[in-house]
Design a protein around this ligand. Sequence first.
Ligand code: B12
Length: 156
Amino acid sequence: MPQQRKIILGVAASDAHAVANHLIAHALRGIGYTVVNLGTCTPVAEFAQACREHPDAEAVVIGSLNGHAHEDLRDLPAAKAAGTIHCPVALGGNLSVGSRKDPSALDRLYRLGVDRIVADPTELPAVLDELRAAHAAVYAAAGAAEPAAEPVLVAS
Ligand code: B12
């Protein structure tokens, strides 16, 4: 029997908004994913701990609604560089403060090491397929077995 696909899900460190998180967990479980849901107010260190506990997770999916995604993810570059977050990171929600959104806010998040910013949760299954394929291709090109050290993934 094929192994179920697994993701780690949570809401960023300072963020208490729970509704979208629960809806996303429910939707992904509904299409067969195992979802390790860390819930609201999850610091990068807890995502990293979950990655250690679930080396078969194929992505970390983070929500942020209160506008403080950049500050909440400030430890992400170190976690990815150290390989403690070994898989791609997808981020979605309301990612900066204010109703008028500056596109440079998204660039700053990509520079922290976010692999994909996803606006609509219904896009997540397709995005997870793409990230998994890209991640596997990087390992194949390096001739390494997964999971090894974190490869550099190009943000799209
Ligand atoms: C309910 C709510 C709260 C509740 C949360 C209760 C709970 N346990 O969840 C309470 C009262 C606690 C709260 C507090 C605060 N809130 Co509030 N809250 C809301 C509200 C009214 C609804 C959010 C919600 O649940 N929507 C339902 C979900 C399904 O939809 P959604 O959140 O819009 O998410 C959609 C997308 O963003 C996306 N998405 C969301 N998450 C993710 C994750 C991934 C991975 C992906 C791919 C997509 C995705 O998909 C969803 C569906 O399309 C919104 C305003 C609004 N009408 O949206 C404000 C809102 C999110 N809150 C806001 C703010 C500012 C706060 C506070 C800072 C207020 C304060 N001064 O205290 C605090 C922050 C608390 C904290 N530490 O995070 C702002 C954020 C503004 C910004 N980013 O610029 C909003 C937008 C209100 C506003 N217009 O100002 N809030």
